[in-house]
Ligand binder design. Structure first.
Ligand code: DGL
Length: 282
């Protein structure tokens, strides 16, 4: 059995890369729903139904755990899948072969308060993640009178399309990097911790870092890859019932709902080693 990693497109590769560094022994199955990306501008119903299709597909291909390496899917679909769909799916599976789905927001939120000095946190995410208020609600749960957190959010609707189009290193992307970072700092100039609350955004990291070094002081930029990988390692330690089902041959298979050659080419660049993807239909 494998670990499934799902994203609307290429963004989840930034999580997969760190998972494979941290837990290289396991077998992974990556699915990018590139044909229907971006998810972040869709409604709850659409994001939930696309995500559920992908999760059920990954279970049908032998995954026992699926990580939603997508904040939008984690914000909009994870809770409903965990509460409504998993009980139905697991009821049909034999004992010892149960499945589970994990997200990326909780592992991120858990470490952010330790990172900020000013207590002012900025969350950059897709419109769907921002409107879900998931980051705000989760961070407020761990805010206390002794540690008051001030949270600002900024939707960055053009960043995912820029990454999906392979334009993230080009000069044209600078305009939209400046636009959204400028907006969040106009709202709160005291932000010292910027959360990249979308797994596509680390591909824009050099541009975001450059902007921050020129326009803000002592900013920590939080990318999720290592946080999610550490959290998965910890989860597997605590959950032998899933760990014992996982095969350990160190393989990774890539699936996309778009053109396999195009995916392979872009994914090889992101991952830094050759990728040969297979096309599937959901
Ligand atoms: N990588 C997804 C996320 O973390 C992007 C969602 C989208 O397709 O808009 O939110």
């Amino acid at each position: 059995m494998k670990i499934g990693v799902f994203d609307s497109g290429y963004g989840g590769l930034t999580i997969l890369r760190e998972m494979r560094r941290r837990l290289p022994e396991y077998d992974y199955l990556y699915l990018g729903d590139n044909a229907r990306a971006p998810y972040g501008t869709h409604s709850f119903d659409v994001i939930y139904s696309y995500t559920l299709q992908a999760v059920e597909f990954l279970f049908s291909r032998g995954c026992t755990l699926v990580v939603l390496a997508c904040n939008t899917a984690s914000a909009k679909a994870l809770r409903t899948i965990q509460q409504k769909d998993l009980p139905r799916i697991n009821a049909l599976r034999p004992e010892g072969q149960k499945v589970n789905v994990l997200g990326v927001i909780r592992p991120t939120v858990e470490v952010v308060p330790e990172m900020t000095q000013t207590g002012h946190i900025g969350v950059l995410a897709t419109p769907a993640t921002v409107s879900s208020e998931s980051y705000v609600l989760e961070l407020e749960k761990i805010s206390s009178p002794a540690r008051v957190l001030t949270i600002s959010q900024q939707a960055c609707p053009l960043w995912v399309p820029i990454v999906e189009a392979g334009e993230y290193e080009n000069a044209g992307a600078d305009y939209f990097v400046d636009k959204y970072l400028h907006a969040i700092y106009a709202e709160d100039p005291q932000i010292d911790t910027l959360v990249l609350g979308c797994t596509h955004y680390p591909l824009l990291l050099p541009k975001i870092e450059k902007w921050a070094s020129e326009h803000a002081k002592n900013v920590r930029i939080v990318a999720q890859g290592t946080l999610v990988a550490d959290s998965l390692a910890d989860y597997l330690l605590r959950h032998g019932e899933y760990r014992s089902q996982l095969s350990q041959n160190g393989t990774c298979v890539y699936l996309t709902t778009e053109n396999a050659d195009r995916f392979s080419q872009s994914a090889s660049l992101f991952i830094g080693s050759p990728v040969r993807a297979e096309h599937i239909c959901l």
